[in-house]
Structures are given as structure tokens and as C-alpha cells.
Write a protein that binds this ligand. Sequence first.
Ligand SMILES: [Zn+2]
Length: 205
Amino acid sequence: MKHLDYQRQDQWQKPTNILCQSPISLKKSSSTNMKGQLVLINFHQVIMIKDQIVGQQFMSQGDLDIFGIKWQLERFHFHEHSEHRIENNYYDIEVHFVFKNNTSILVVAVLGNVNKYSQSKFVELFENNYAQFELASIFPKKSNYYSYQGSLTTPPFDQSVRWLVMADPIEISFADLLAIKESYPNNYRQEQPLKKRKINYHITP
Ligand SMILES: [Zn+2]
């Protein structure tokens, strides 16, 4: 399947609303501190892998209670390197967990860096050994997080996406990075202007 060409982002379909696009750069100093609730995704099993124009999607199930709403996990995928920046830094990878509630979309983003002492996590996933794979292993156990209003980072750039970006990164192995690089080479969208949006920084108990 022909995937999106990240070297030619200027030729992608243009968003209809340019005010609230993702990704952005996140900084504690320009965010509003708020109380947060623990982001606890109840993962069910991974169902199947689907190759799409935007890259491989892992169709999966799970749920998350946050903002007084129950969200259903639909899929997750990877970016290499990260799309968001935290305190000016890009990370080696970013995982996007895409949730829906009717027509509303919530994306939970987890950034990750290689640590040479880390055990491999993703290899099983890319070898279709889903039964062996623990989704919770690619999610920080407890973390503060940023939230803001943005868009999907691939065409058609749907608006009104609620973003939760976990402030603490996960650690991955070098083998994980290679597996992700092979399926998702340099698939990060350019940073988008913040415009007048507010970023919240949620401190979990
Ligand atoms: Zn994504």
C-alpha cells in the first residue's frame, strides 16, 4: 500500500481549519497547572493489524474513563521520531492510542526513548504474536500529562481531537526502535502553531 509521503507534507490535503492543529510543542512554563486523575487504560486484547495509507494500525480494544466520559479504544500506532516536543525535546518514538465516544476523538500520546538496558517490547507485536504482548507495558504506570485541543496529525486532520500527552516517557530497547523505524520511517508531521490555545498540565495524585 502506498503510504503518506512525509517528505512532501506541503502536498498533503490541506486542513479545513488551521486554528487547532497538532502536533505542538509542550512546556510546563506555558501551561496551566491543574489537578488530574490517573490515566488508567483498561486494555483488552489486540485484534489485528491493518495497513492503511497513514501506516500500520493496530486495531484493538479497551476503555478509559476521563473527563466524565467513557472512551473506547479503537486502534494504536507509532511515530518515529515523536511528533510532540516536551520542554523543547523530541523523543525517539511516540505511540498514539486513538479513542472514540460517538463522534468525539481522544488521543492519548506516549513518548519514548531508547534505553540500552530496556527489554524489547515491540518485537512480538511486529511479529504478530499478539497473545504474548502486554499493551500495558507500553504505557507509563503513573504520569502527569498535558491536555489540549488539537487535530489528527494525518489527513483529513479532523478537528476537535482532545489530546492527552503523558509527561513521563517510556523506555524502549534499540531493537524496538529498529522494528518501529522499519514500519514507520520518519513519519512525524511538522510542528503546528499554537495560536490562541491553552495547554493544561495535569498533576496526578
Ligand atoms: Zn498518530
